[in-house]
Design a binder for this molecule. Structure first.
Ligand SMILES: [Zn+2]
Length: 400
């Protein structure tokens, strides 16, 4: 099976480390707000990858995390303070809503669903190892990864230091921190400020009270659940730098094993009205709102009509179009056909070769749609073809 690897910037023949077993880590949500279409696109894209691997008889071990705490005065903490509720309650509430939305979209749940806040001790141990190896340094009770010790830092994003700095500022990477040897050094542990407001939590560690860095959280949760080397690591494309670049540096630094992930997969970004969806622009398309008007299958059909690596712009005509096409397929599936008729149209082989070419879901949906039109026009009279269409749709996660 060919998968595009962001690391090599090529489609590569994917072979898992262990025969017939694949480990997959996909970066999860920061639970402070509701699930929007961008989240759904990421998680449904990986959902289909996992379902296809399982259909091929491969056992998948799938981990996703919840960033319910990290080193920033982040959205959860800010939002919880505004609403005057404990951050744990806010994060529980939005994690549950996310899981409910995804359940309605019929996703295959991760095997390991890990919360950062429940694995702090392991994160502190991991950071200590990086210090012991001379890859990280302590300033007071804060710890930073020394990127000058990571020779191949930048191999995933292929950015130069100036480009990195520009992006790092947008990501609250604390580039102006005078304690850092280099502004791009990664915060692994942020010490608590004795004057910090009471709504900001702090956790015990060998270095002192503080909070783990966002990037190191994912390194630790991936390794603890899937091992020192994993098969596929995924997420939205906006995570390539700094998040995934940092994860590689930390993980490979700590274990000494390369590559940390065999394949890095990144999904495209959905915009609306030509602008990136964001809370501040007020152009978020929420999954829960779409679910009030549309069947989960229509949403899934629209998402999978776009190749997972593509950036695309949402508009309502796209979901209306998906609704009509899916309706046509359903009609073809319920058409009565005598049992004796058969088809020579082997869509299963075509389906598999499309999927094996870096998950060509738009191609698969076209295949299924045109086979459905053939049934409706009377060109194809085959119960077996109806069965094959159903089988393919089920692998793609449609409840048919
Ligand atoms: Zn992550």
């Amino acid at each position: 099976m060919l998968l595009y690897n962001t690391l090599s910037q090529n489609k590569e023949e994917f072979r898992s480390l262990k025969k017939n077993q694949t480990s997959i880590y996909v970066c999860g949500i920061t639970p402070y707000d509701t699930t929007h279409l961008g989240h759904a696109f990421v998680y449904i894209s990986f959902d289909v990858l996992i379902r296809f691997l399982e259909y091929k008889g491969i056992k998948v071990s799938y981990t996703q995390n919840v960033t319910d705490i990290n080193d920033r005065d982040n959205d959860i903490l800010k939002r919880a303070k505004e609403q005057n509720i404990p951050w744990q309650d806010l994060s529980k509430l939005w994690t549950q809503r996310f899981l409910d939305d995804m359940r309605k979209l019929n996703w295959r749940k991760p095997d390991n669903y890990l919360y950062a806040s429940q694995n702090i001790r392991k994160m502190a141990d991991f950071v200590q190892k990086l210090i012991d190896k001379g890859l990280a340094y302590r300033v007071d009770a804060s710890v930073y990864l020394d990127i000058s010790r990571i020779k191949d830092y930048g191999k995933l994003s292929r950015l130069n230091r100036i480009e990195m700095l520009k992006i790092a500022k947008d990501y609250e990477e604390d580039v102006g921190n005078p304690d850092k040897k280099h502004p791009l050094d990664i915060t692994l542990w942020r010490k608590s400020d004795p004057r910090q407001p009471s709504h900001i939590p702090s956790f015990e560690s060998p270095f002192g009270k503080g909070r783990p860095g966002w990037h190191v959280e994912c390194s630790v949760m991936a390794i603890m659940s899937l091992g020192e080397r994993i098969d596929i690591h995924g997420g939205g494309r906006d995570l390539i730098f700094p998040h995934h670049e940092a994860e590689i540096a930390q993980s490979e630094g700590e274990t000494g094993k390369k590559p940390f992930a065999q394949i890095w997969m990144h999904s495209g970004i959905i915009s609306y009205g030509g602008e990136k969806m964001s809370k501040s622009l007020g152009n978020l398309i929420l999954v829960s709102n779409l679910l009030e008007k549309y069947d989960p299958s229509h949403i899934r059909f629209m998402l999978l009509s776009n190749h997972y690596r593509k950036d695309w712009d949402f508009d309502y005509s796209k979901i209306e179009g998906a609704k009509i096409k899916f309706g046509t397929i359903e009609k073809a599936l319920s058409t009565k056909i005598p049992p004796t008729e058969y088809s020579k149209n082997n869509i299963i082989d075509k389906f598999e070769s499309l999927m094996e070419n870096d998950l060509d879901t738009p191609g698969v949906l076209n295949l299924v749609y045109s086979a459905s039109l053939d049934i409706l026009s009377g060109k194809e009279k085959s119960r077996a073809l109806q069965g094959d269409i159903k089988k393919i749709l089920r692998v793609l996660g449609f409840a048919v």
